[in-house]
Structure formats: C-alpha cells, structure tokens
Design a binder for this molecule. Structure first.
Ligand SMILES: Cc1cc2nc3c(=O)[nH]c(=O)nc-3n(C[C@H](O)[C@H](O)[C@H](O)COP(=O)(O)O)c2cc1C
Length: 343
C-alpha cells in the first residue's frame, strides 16, 4: 500500500518535503492540494503542513475551505498529519482544523495521527531522552512510525459494542434527545452501554507523576479509584466504539466529560485505543459545535489514540428544551448517522 503526501506549498514546504523524502515508504506519491484534491479518493494520505512565522499556511487554508464545501472529496481516504511550525504555537490548532475538515469530507484518521514539530523541536525533548537520542532523530523516528502505521492499517470490523458517555439530564437535554433518535437506527445486534457521568464523585485527574500514573494504570486503575475505575474503564476496554454525547457548555465539553478524558490517561498508559472508533454527537444552543468536535479530535483521537471514522460527528443546534426533535430533517440525519456507525 503506497501513501500520498499532500503538501500545501509555501516558503517552508520544500524543506519539509526534503526532510520527509527519506522517511517515506517506497512508491509514495506527492500531491499539490492547489491542483489535485479531486484525485485522492480511497488513498492513504499524509498531510504535511509547514507553517510560516504567523502560524499559517495559506495553501492549507484554501484546502480546508474546499474540504468544508465539497463533502465527498476525500471519500474512502485514511489520513495522518505532520505539521512543522516556526515557533511553539499553532501546530496543534492547524492540525485539528485540518483533521475536522478532512473528516467531514470523508477521510478517516488513524489514532494518534499527528506528528508535530514546534520550531526548536522542544516538544521532542521527552521522546529524545526516552530513546537516548537528539530531538531531530526523535522527530524522524516519530514520522517513520506514523507512516508505517498508515501503510499497515487494516480496516476495522463493523462496530457492535457501543459505549455512550454523557453528563446531561434526561428530562431536559437536547443532546440526549439526539442520542435517542440515533439509537433507534442502530441494528438489533448492537450492544449499547450508556453511562451518565454526572455527579460530584467523578474527580478530575490529580496529575500524579508519570510513574505513579503508570503504577496505578498497570493495575487497571488510577490513584482515585471510584466509579471511573470500577465502571467506566472496564466499559472502555470492552467497547468497539466510544460515543461522546456533548452539550456545548461555554464552547467546550462539560466538566465531567473532560474529567473522564483526563482520567483516561491512566488506562492509556497501559493500552492504546487504535481499534476503537470515536464518535461525537454535539448539540449547541447557538453556535460553536465545531469547537467541541476539535476538542474531541485533539483529546481523544490525537492524544488518546482512538480511531476517527469518516464523518465521526453529528452536529446540531437547538437551545430550548424539547426543540431538537423539531429541527427539520433531524430524524433522517440521525438515522443516517446510526447506519454509518454500524457499517
Ligand atoms: C452552562 C451552560 C453553558 C452553555 N454554553 C453555551 C455556549 O457556549 N454556546 C452555545 O451555543 N450554547 C451553550 N449552552 C446551551 C446548550 O448548548 C444548549 O442548551 C443545548 O441544547 C445542549 O444542551 P442540553 O443537552 O443540556 O440541552 C450552554 C448551556 C449551559 C447550561
């Protein structure tokens, strides 16, 4: 299986291309998104983005704009991303923007799909010390590992066990109403586990040392114990697909959903989630659902390694209690999403 490197051009893209060239598998192809985005369907794509001093790549911005407007452009693709910046900022932001746009245009993404290099490569300090090498070599190793996983990835079997997490009140929540519509469309053989993460027993991560976290994680737990360890961790281990039900609270996930992701670090210390899909149902009162989708991408796909299936998010806008079910076309969109989740 060959890969196609999508390299948006700017003054730094030539040197990024030259740095990547010796790290790519034989037979890799190159694509300039300014003129060849329509020939990519079904390909394994490595997006390689060099940022300028302003943290931008204008050709990449144009590509994102096109992806947002033409939703089948990357049908059947599987993606990974390399972003190199000039300073410490903006690499993650550009990457998750690109991943969201490409995902909604039909591209799946590997779990942990991003290798980013901040200007001075300081973000590779830890990996370089683990492998007893310098930051430049650690960066190259990370790119090679990423392209290796991109080439070798085997499509996942259909998901049957769905773990659904939320922190909403059933009596009033539009987000839970959206889930009820989706759930109706799942096939009879789907096994659904719903867990409500409301309540004050779900403490956020204490930020233990790496070794303490590893120690508790290897025993299947976490320093705090409690429902997260007894109920939620085993359910994550058992599922094929994690479905996050996310009400927009100040343009972010609700606190307990964030606490879940933070606490998941203990489980991530001992296992990767490459074979578990991530889906998000996101409801905003007014606007900003894309911000939560980006939050799920960076936290659960990029950091915690969940596989991002194509079109992983269903985004709706409804504020008043009971108003979601009255949105035009919402029942059909929910059924389509359910069918897509079970494919
Ligand atoms: C604490 C809080 C913060 C909220 N912040 C936002 C917001 O930043 N943007 C927005 O569009 N809606 C916001 N909303 C509205 C909800 O997103 C909206 O009610 C939506 O229907 C999903 O919430 P629900 O599932 O609880 O009904 C907020 C609601 C609450 C309770």
């Amino acid at each position: 299986m060959s890969i196609t490197v999508v390299l948006p051009k700017n003054e730094y893209s030539v040197s990024l291309g030259a740095a990547l060239l010796p790290l790519l598998p034989p037979g890799s192809r190159w694509a300039d998104p300014d003129d060849s985005l329509e020939d990519l369907q079904g390909a394994r794509l490595l997006f390689a983005v060099a940022l300028d001093e302003g943290g931008m790549n204008l050709s990449c911005c144009q590509m994102i704009s096109r992806l947002r407007r033409e939703d089948g452009l990357l049908e059947g693709c599987l993606g990974a991303v390399v972003v190199v910046g000039r300073g410490e900022l903006y690499t993650k932001d550009v990457a998750r923007d690109l991943v969201l746009a490409a995902n909604l245009a039909g591209c799946a993404f590997l779990g942990r799909p991003l290798v980013e290099a901040t200007g001075d490569l300081r973000n590779f300090y830890v990996q370089a010390s683990i492998y007893r090498t310098d930051e430049r070599t650690a960066f190259r190793m990370a790119v090679q590992e990423l392209t290796w996983r991109l080439v070798r990835f085997e499509p996942l079997p259909p998901a049957r066990r769905f773990l659904v997490l939320h922190a909403s009140l059933r009596a009033t929540s539009n987000t839970l109403a959206l889930w009820d519509l989706v759930k109706r469309g799942l096939p009879g053989e789907a096994e659904v586990t719903e867990l409500c993460l409301r309540g004050d027993t779900l403490a956020d991560c204490a930020g233990c040392s790496y070794t303490a976290c590893l120690h508790f994680g290897q025993q299947g737990g976490c320093f705090y114990g409690g429902p997260m360890v007894e109920e939620v961790f085993p359910a994550v281990r058992a599922c094929d697909a994690l479905v996050m039900l996310c009400a927009n609270y100040n343009d972010a996930l609700a606190a307990n959903l964030t606490a879940f992701i933070n606490r998941l670090t203990a489980l991530y210390r001992q296992t990767r989630f490459y074979d578990k899909r991530l889906y998000g149902l996101i409801v905003s009162g007014y606007s900003g659902g894309d911000l939560l989708a980006r939050q799920l991408i960076s936290a659960l796909n990029m950091n915690k390694s969940f596989y991002l299936p194509p079109r992983a998010f269903l985004l709706e806008t409804a504020n008043d209690k009971g108003s979601l079910v009255k949105l035009p076309g919402v029942a059909e969109r929910s059924l389509d999403f359910a069918r897509h989740m079970a494919e």
